[in-house]
Design a protein around this ligand. Structure first.
Ligand code: UFG
Length: 325
């Protein structure tokens, strides 16, 4: 199959591209390099630099490359930023997705995989969170993904487009060649590893008065290679019908557990101090991924936090300046 990967120069998109190519698929990456890195794009992928706000560029892309399926990673992804600049998310994220979907309909491309988010579940009634949980977006970022999921419902119903909406919990880890290199870095695991690398003095724990066993927030850290596997399985199942899956490894780890495990993995003391809560952080977010396990036989390989952090650490050691751009 030929797959168009938007955002294929970004963290998750570049690793899914790598895994698609390893699985024998042909990949065209479309990325504006606003957050991604040219060096992260797999050398066997065709790279087209462009912006999803540019509708004629998308039309030209689909006309030239005629993909069989689209995986849409390109997105603004920061929950906090979306609370400061809602129009960037409710505007740009939604308009880019809409441009892509409209162009796909006009060019007869009928398979779509959306990078969605656990930020759909701000106020869950049950833990772990399965696909029947009510959707309460936690921010304009989560709302932008919810709107795209709703668009997809109608694309399926009206045009027969088959889609999978994959709601990632906390993506982390690295492959041998590709890893996480954000500027600025705001995610817990890479921040903790930057302390171990001597790039930061300490990590601040955002609150230790949550109703959790050690008082710090609990998250479901899912390895990016397990995410990639889920994309490949979802792609192969698309023709049997559209679907939505929550993707996590099903276990929660607290901020303190992450820091402690990173100390073990890196051998660095990783100084930590407790600061105030970060506004908008839910206390616990853990996924139930029973549906994708049952329907597609997805089996996460990285369930041990130590292995997850070790894979990220290995990449950071081999790439001390990330992609160096
Ligand atoms: N944290 C700290 N100190 C830091 C950074 C993070 O204590 O310096 C804490 C956060 O408060 C949170 C946990 O570490 O409790 C994880 O924080 P991240 O920023 O790494 O990830 P989030 O859980 O906030 O966000 C992730 C994805 C989002 C997605 C969200 C879904 O990055 O894209 O999960 O809930 F929307």
């Amino acid at each position: 199959m030929k797959i168009l990967v938007t955002g294929g120069a970004g963290y998750i998109g570049s690793i899914v591209t790598e895994q698609l190519i390893a699985a024998g698929e042909e990949v065209v990456v479309f990325d504006n390099l606003s957050q991604g890195h040219r060096a992260a794009v797999h050398p066997k992928a065709t790279f087209v630099q462009g912006d999803l706000q540019d509708r004629p560029a998308i039309d030209a892309l689909l006309e030239t490359h005629k993909p069989d399926a689209v995986m849409h990673f390109a997105s603004k992804t920061l929950v906090g930023e979306s609370m400061q600049e809602p129009f960037l998310y409710l505007g740009e994220n939604v308009i880019c997705g809409l441009n892509l979907l409209q162009s796909m309909v006009e060019h007869g491309v009928k398979r779509f995989i959306l990078s969605s988010t656990a930020n759909l579940f701000d106020d869950p009634e049950r833990m772990p969170i399965d696909e029947n949980e009510r959707i309460v977006p936690g921010s304009p970022y989560g709302e932008s993904k919810h709107i795209l999921e709703r668009f997809l419902h109608w694309m399926d119903r009206i045009y027969g487009m088959r889609y999978a909406a994959l709601r990632y919990f906390n993506a982390c880890g690295a492959s041998e060649e590709r890893g996480e290199d954000h500027h600025p870095e705001l995610h817990l695991i890479p921040i903790v590893l930057q302390v171990a690398q001597g790039k930061r003095e300490k990590v601040t724990i955002f609150g230790d008065d949550y109703p959790t066993p050690d008082g710090t927030c609990v998250r479901d850290y899912i390895h990016v290679l397990d995410l990639a596997q889920a994309h490949i399985l979802a792609l192969r199942a698309l023709d049997k019908g559209s679907r939505r899956y929550n993707l996590g490894n099903g276990q929660g780890f607290s901020v303190k557990q992450v820091i402690e495990t990173a100390r073990e993995v890196t051998g660095h003391p990783i100084p930590a101090e407790v600061g105030p809560r970060r506004p908008g952080d839910p206390d616990v977010l853990v996924a139930s991924s029973e549906t994708i396990r049952r329907e597609l036989g997805w089996q996460p390989r990285y369930t041990d936090l130590k292995d997850i952090i070790a894979s990220a650490w290995k990449w950071h050691l081999a790439h001390p300046d990330g992609y160096g751009e």
